[in-house]
Design a protein around this ligand. Structure first.
Ligand SMILES: Nc1ncnc2c1ncn2[C@@H]1O[C@H](COP(=O)(O)OP(=O)(O)OP(=O)(O)O)[C@@H](O)[C@H]1O
Ligand SMILES: [Mg+2]
Length: 351
């Protein structure tokens, strides 16, 4: 895929409100020297990835950017007037996750609800170019989630969000569609952005597990009871903290994660730790760390999407979990070095 560059591409532009560091990374170490490291994974043949079938279910959104000049202050209120000159749209949320799986060469299906509005149409259009197979429920009453950023001179001036919760009928239709798609996929990936698309998440996990499929969850919010029985959950630091509280040390973290995992019947937890890399906690009490490998960091937003998409593709291709984590960490290191694009393709992952 040809990465799109921002207009006047400068390293200070970010696609999100996440603070971005432009400084080259110093080598990172495991949080504690006695924690074992994730071994480097080797090359996976392209054909194996092409055989992997990943079903992404969750909240989709459209990321929209308006770029313009500011030359005056409004006579109506003490605010800048932006003369918009360019618009860019990108797939966001679960759609970005699915796009990442497709970019690696896997078969990616996307099950979600969108509205009958302009952003919904735009998502449909962008999905056509992404290689993702859409399984969309349309809810005529739904405002498709859109995050609109207004930028001038590489500065974000404002973000405007439109969203509401999908109707029960659309969600139930989605659940029926899930039943139909389950047997046609190897791995189920649930991408929760707390917009209501995963209202039936607990049922979906139970059905997928009963069918013997691994279930990966990117969680949101403080109620993880909903994710009971999942195979692997991939919180970032803030998301985990919201559920288990602030840990005081790596030992304390391990104890909190083990208690959480055990009480929810979740097999493994991958904590993504931004510049500190990621740590995998497994049911055998194992703990393995992968240090961040980014050489340059331009845009960290969406790195979590790349991580879980890569994990799902690799598990779908039959790799063991630790190898999948190694490759997900490598993919994350690549994607944070890209400006304004959020996928990694096969040739980038296996140069
Ligand atoms: N500043 C950084 N430097 C190096 N690597 C990074 C940085 N930020 C993220 N990464 C890589 O990306 C992975 C995922 O990042 P992070 O933990 O921030 O996920 P996230 O908060 O879910 O991201 P998002 O929600 O924005 O998609 C990290 O485990 C790491 O490998
Ligand atoms: Mg995330």
């Amino acid at each position: 895929m040809n990465p799109t560059r921002w207009p006047n591409s400068a390293s200070t532009i970010t696609r999100s409100d996440v603070p971005v560091s432009n400084s080259p990374l110093k080598p990172m170490h495991a949080p504690e020297s006695n924690v074992s490291l994730v071994p480097e994974a080797g090359v996976v043949p392209r054909a194996r990835l092409a055989a992997a079938r990943v079903l992404v279910v969750g909240d989709v959104m459209l990321d929209r950017y308006w770029f313009g000049d500011v030359n005056r202050i409004s006579p109506e209120a003490p605010v800048p007037v932006v003369h918009v000159q360019k618009q860019e749209d990108r797939l966001g949320g679960a759609a970005n996750v699915a796009r990442n799986a497709a970019a690696l060469g896997a078969q990616a299906g996307l099950l979600c609800v969108v509205g009958h509005d302009e952003p919904g149409e735009r998502i449909v259009e962008l999905l056509k170019d992404s290689g993702v197979v859409p399984h969309l429920e349309r809810d005529p009453e739904l405002l498709t989630t859109i995050k609109l950023r207004v930028l001038s001179r590489q500065q974000q001036l404002l973000r405007v969000d439109f969203e509401n919760t999908p109707a029960h009928e659309a969600l139930l239709a989605g659940l029926a569609r899930f039943d139909e798609q389950l047997s046609k996929h190897d791995v189920i990936l649930l991408s929760d952005y707390a917009k209501g698309g995963l209202t039936h998440v607990t049922t979906m996990i139970a059905k997928a597990r009963a069918a013997g499929k691994p279930v990966l969850v990117d969680p949101k919010g403080d109620d993880w009871e909903r994710y009971r029985g999942a195979t692997l959950i991939t919180p970032n630091r803030a998301e985990l903290r919201e559920v288990v509280g602030q840990w005081k040390s790596e030992d304390d973290l391990r104890a909190r994660v083990t208690a959480l995992r055990t009480s929810l019947g979740i097999e493994a937890l991958l904590l993504t730790r931004s510049e500190e890399g990621m740590t995998l906690f497994t049911a055998d009490g194992g703990e393995r760390h992968a240090s961040a490998v980014a050489r340059e960091v331009y845009d960290v937003s969406g790195a979590g999407d790349t991580v879980i998409a890569t994990l799902a593709v690799m598990l779908g291709a039959g790799l063991p979990l630790v190898e999948a984590v190694s490759l997900a960490n490598r993919a994350a290191g690549i994607v944070v070095g890209k400006l304004g694009t959020a996928t990694v393709d096969y040739d980038e992952l296996f140069p």
